[in-house]
Design a protein around this ligand. Structure first.
Ligand SMILES: Nc1ncnc2c1ncn2[C@@H]1O[C@H](COP(=O)(O)OP(=O)(O)OP(=O)(O)O)[C@@H](O)[C@H]1O
Length: 261
């Protein structure tokens, strides 16, 4: 299912944070959402999952994201928030994964089906050793991996990740994004990932969207969007681009364009 967003605005209180956005993403595609701090990236994504007041059009195939109930959206959308305080509950990871598959549903799935699916996800993400632990007993990075498991366990059609690698070490950054890419491709879902690391975006994102001041400034194939002129324009940072042997590009900052301190 494709994601198509048109005339999309998101408000917080009386402030319109995202204005008249238009974008699309194809099934099986990872779209990186980049932009400076305060650009509106989290607000953009939170509007799509019903956590902020949004108007306009946001269609996932024929499913209307902005005119659906929370329970209907929960069937379609998996969301990993930046702030994982909601994971501070007195339940084990395994119980949370079983509950996540059944919350908001009339009648529980058979317990063995939910259990099997929970184990499957833990195995796929290499997290089986955390099954009996409570998230509050885990480190920030470990909780981020559990949050991904919780988002994936219901087989979403749209996966929304808000800085999913911010607490992860180098190996776990790759493990998480490898897993996200594998699920995105295999299930033909759409994944939007808010990232600050342009090298991760360059390596994993098929397409990239650049937000600044609540507006989409650039949107296209990642290799076309992530270039030094864009980075200078949006971030005020001079960068070098290095073509790597594996076909990816590395981006490294050289200097701030203007020093205001
Ligand atoms: N709870 C809130 N109340 C009022 N304004 C808010 C709230 N949350 C965000 N904003 C404002 O909305 C704008 C966009 O914030 P948002 O969190 O979407 O940015 P972001 O691009 O995700 O930033 P970052 O990269 O720093 O996480 C900012 O100007 C911010 O001050």
């Amino acid at each position: 299912m494709s994601l198509v967003v048109e005339d999309y605005s998101v408000t917080i209180g009386s402030q319109t944070v995202i204005r008249d956005a238009r974008m699309s993403a194809r099934p099986g595609e990872i779209l990186a959402v980049l932009g400076p701090n305060g650009a509106g990236k989290s607000t953009f994504v939170r509007g799509l999952c019903g956590l902020r007041k949004a108007r306009g059009k946001a269609m996932l195939g024929s499913f209307d994201l902005l005119n659906s109930t929370p329970a209907e959206r929960a069937e379609k959308v998996g969301y990993v928030a930046q702030d994982l305080a909601h994971l501070d509950v007195q339940m084990t990871v395994l119980d949370l994964l079983i509950l996540a598959q059944n919350s908001g549903r009339h009648g529980w799935k058979t317990e063995s089906g939910s259990f099997r699916r929970a184990r499957q996800i833990l195995e796929a993400l290499n997290l089986v050793h955390f099954a009996g632990k409570q998230p509050s007993q885990l480190s920030g990075g470990e909780r981020q991996m559990i949050a991904l498991a919780l988002a994936l366990v219901r087989r979403p059609d749209l996966l929304l990740l808000d800085e999913p690698t911010s607490a992860l070490d180098l190996a776990n950054q790759l493990q998480m994004l490898d897993a996200v890419r594998e699920v995105t491709r295999r299930e033909g879902i759409v994944t939007l990932a808010i990232l600050h690391d342009m090298n991760l975006a360059s390596r994993y994102a098929d397409a990239t969207l650049i937000l600044s001041d609540g507006h989409i400034r650039h949107h296209g194939r990642t290799a076309e969007v992530l270039h030094p002129e864009m980075i200078a324009e949006i971030y005020g940072v001079e960068c070098r681009l290095v073509e790597l042997e594996d076909g990816h590009r590395a981006i490294y900052p050289v200097a701030l364009r203007s020093h205001s301190f």
